[in-house]
Design a protein around this ligand. Structure first.
Ligand SMILES: *Cc1c(COP(=O)(O)O)cnc(C)c1O
Ligand SMILES: [Zn+2]
Length: 441
């Protein structure tokens, strides 16, 4: 028997393991729960089939998310076929200086380089597809704001599954191409993500397909925990004071909390109060708006932001994200599209990390939180950078001027150098940026 099963988050009824995300009794979402007592005993004895689950044993395992397999809902005999995760946790001293943090205390969890498709969505898809296979699906599917589309298409190709991907028609071209290339069927819907998602729920009732974020959602969500496990391990098996996390459906932030709680439960890290801070774009900020207005419930919004990967107006886990943030003593903020662009550039210029718009949202929000003294300079703070800038280059269109080429002659270069040094900050660049920002707004 598996050491995990689905349980209703509200009424507590258990549902075994099956492709289902909603409780029939009370219509609340299901979540994967583990038998932690049995797990703890097995882990201590090393009788779980993987050897002991101690700090030392884990740190000897291959550097990917499967090193935490005992805390993931994986089918019996599951053999991972892709080394997903275990992305760098980097100190960010130059960014710290710009945000007013102490140089040693600011970290970036860099999922811009998560493999294989350069966003944290590879983690959730890896777990969902393990179950899709176990449930006997030969076709996997999803509704997506872009990164999930890329991840499902790539992992499905690797696993030999068919993939049907549903996206809002106005997604970034790089994200559409980055789905097509794997041979997935891409269905563009004339509507926003929330409409695409509703359609997918209806399709899931008609076709026996494994929708990673619909009928497989509880398993998918568990994959997000690996971000939290890695942060704790990479900090030397301790928890940070603060975590800043971008929110779309609101799942990731709640699962990082679950990960920290599980590590404490199993005695792998010492208990500690971690403040959770949510980050959204102002043009789609249902969760941060609820936090800022003191509401316990979500008021759905119509998204209007360049941060497409976060553009979910009616977040499935919004209610739980609010709970996670409030109960931790954290906060949520949102930033405008021009702030997103400035923050993408700030992170790239200070730390050499090129993130997509969602990462700009996180960094811009963190800057605000330091200014508001909600995060203090000496506290250990981790910013979750969840996706790669090469997928959203259109957000930076017009920011950089294309220079006239010069002849391949030394004298030409010396002239060019003199001209460039004469003009310290090129005014044209700033004007172009402001223009691009107002177009995006
Ligand atoms: C999906 C996504 C998120 C947020 O995920 P949720 O779990 O839905 O809140 C954050 N960043 C990026 C880049 C994403 O693609
Ligand atoms: Zn229920």
């Amino acid at each position: 028997m598996a050491h995990y099963e689905l349980r209703c988050r509200e009424c507590g009824r258990t549902w075994g393991n099956q492709p289902r995300s909603i409780c029939d009794d009370c219509f609340s979402p299901l979540e994967v729960t583990y038998d932690y007592d049995a797990l703890r005993a097995a882990l201590l004895r090393g009788s779980n089939g993987h050897g002991a689950f101690s700090r030392e044993a884990i740190s000897q395992r291959p550097p990917n998310m499967w090193r935490y397999s005992e805390l993931l809902p994986l089918p019996q005999g599951f053999e991972p076929r892709l080394p997903v995760g275990f992305t760098p946790l980097l100190q960010a001293p130059h960014l710290a200086e710009r945000l007013g943090a102490q140089a040693r205390n600011l970290y970036i969890k860099n999922d811009a380089v998560c493999l294989p498709t350069l966003s944290f969505k590879d983690r959730v898809v890896a777990v969902a597809l393990a179950q899709a296979r176990a449930f006997g699906f030969d076709t996997v599917s999803c509704s997506s704001t872009g990164n999930l589309a890329n991840a499902v298409a790539a992992h499905a190709a690797r696993e030999g599954l068919k993939a049907w991907i549903f996206i809002p028609a106005d997604l970034e071209p790089a994200k559409i191409l980055g789905t097509n290339v794997y041979g997935a069927k891409v269905v563009r819907i004339a509507g926003n993500y929330d409409q695409v998602n509703r359609l997918c729920s209806q399709i899931a009732d008609e076709h026996r397909w494994g929708f990673v974020n619909v009928n497989l959602r509880p398993y998918y969500a568990e994959g997000s925990k690996t971000v939290g496990f890695e942060i704790a391990e990479q900090l030397g098996w301790r928890l940070p004071d603060n975590l800043v996390c971008p929110m779309a459906g609101g799942s990731l932030i709640t699962k990082i909390k679950k990960a920290f709680d599980e590590l404490v439960k199993l005695g792998l890290v010492e208990a500690k109060e971690v403040k959770f801070f949510g980050a959204q774009a102002t043009g789609c900020s249902p969760i941060s708006t609820a936090i800022k207005t003191g509401s316990a419930e979500i008021e759905p919004q119509k998204p209007a932001t360049i941060a497409r990967s976060l553009a979910i107006g009616n977040p499935a886990d919004g209610h739980y994200a609010i709970k996670t943030i409030k109960s931790s003593g954290g906060w949520s903020e949102d930033v405008s599209d021009p702030e997103v662009i400035d923050s993408i550039r700030l992170l790239a210029e200070t730390e050499g990390i090129f993130t997509e718009t969602a990462g700009g949202v996180t960094v811009g929000t963190a800057a605000k939180l330091y200014r508001q003294d909600r995060i203090l300079p000496e506290e250990t703070t981790v910013l979750c950078v969840t996706g790669n800038g090469l997928k959203t280059t259109d957000a930076l269109a017009g920011v950089y001027r294309t220079e006239q080429p010069i002849a391949p002659k030394l004298v030409e270069f010396e002239n060019y150098l003199r001209r460039t040094l004469d003009v310290a900050e090129v005014p044209g660049v700033i004007a172009a940026r402001e223009e691009a920002a107002s177009v995006g707004a």
